[in-house]
Design a protein around this ligand. Structure first.
Ligand SMILES: [Mg+2]
Length: 252
């Protein structure tokens, strides 16, 4: 889960100011902060661990950290409402928040079931459901010691994503979008192609687009594949513990 949070934090300064290369320095830009991807990741984890309604947790955490921003327009309306139902979203927000489902699952079927439980409250479009489930299954398989090549093959077969392109092939034509089907496969490739956790985040930033969310998804899978080094993990915890005091202008 920290992998998703660190991806969100590192990507926070590049979402609207893309940097299309892997050599950005420092790894944590001085103006980074955590955004909606982190807030929703925590909310989903709380729902799955404590058994609270996912919609209640997402609304509670979303309202508490409203100023951290980056909310999708309709998701913001959903948070503000007390009773709005799922709105058929195929946004990438379902996949960026789902890592706890992959961590808690003891089987592929359970990863999908847990993912569905926390996704259907908002992103009940088939593409939203697919993106979150594929991410949760990739995390579960990685934590189970399955090889990258076997995870890649399983996700391709089970979820129908084309995971053949390389990061270098994706980068030139990739454009900003918030669709699950045009975020999740690219983010998974950034993790699968990486040499380690940091490399996965650098891959994710380097393709441009919705950088914090791509890096959150790639980071959640990369954490399961490689673990996170002590130095980056510590910095991520320190920055995320800084609460909602944004060090950069918030983007609500
Ligand atoms: Mg965000």
């Amino acid at each position: 889960m920290l992998g998703a949070i660190i991806g969100d934090i590192v990507g926070s300064v590049y979402e609207f100011n893309n940097y299309r290369a892997k050599d950005f320095q420092p790894f944590f830009h001085p103006k980074v902060f955590f955004t909606d991807d982190t807030v929703c990741t925590i909310a989903v984890a709380e729902a799955l661990v404590s058994g609270t309604e996912p919609s209640a947790s997402l609304r509670e955490w979303g309202r508490r950290y409203w100023d951290n921003g980056g909310w999708g327009q309709r998701f913001a309306l959903w948070i503000a409402s007390d009773d709005m139902g799922p709105y058929n979203s195929f946004g990438n927000g379902a996949a960026m928040r789902v890592s706890a489902a992959g961590i808690l699952a003891r089987s592929v079927d359970e990863a999908i079931a847990l993912s569905d439980r926390v996704t259907e409250v908002t992103h009940n479009h088939p593409e939203g459901m697919r993106g979150a489930a594929a991410t949760a299954v990739a995390i579960h398989l990685a934590r189970s010691g399955v090889s990258v090549s076997d995870i890649r093959q399983t996700i391709s077969q089970q979820f129908g994503y084309d995971l053949a392109p390389t990061v270098d092939q994706i980068r030139p034509d990739y454009r900003y979008n918030e669709r699950s089907q045009d975020t999740v496969p690219q983010a998974l490739i950034c993790a699968f192609e990486a040499a380690n956790f940091e490399d996965a985040i650098r891959n994710a930033i380097s393709i441009g687009g919705d950088s914090d969310t791509i890096a959150a998804i790639a980071g959640s899978v990369a954490e399961a594949l490689f673990g996170i080094g002590d130095e980056i993990a510590t910095q991520g915890v320190v920055i995320s513990a800084a609460g909602n005091a944004c060090s950069a202008p918030c983007t609500v």
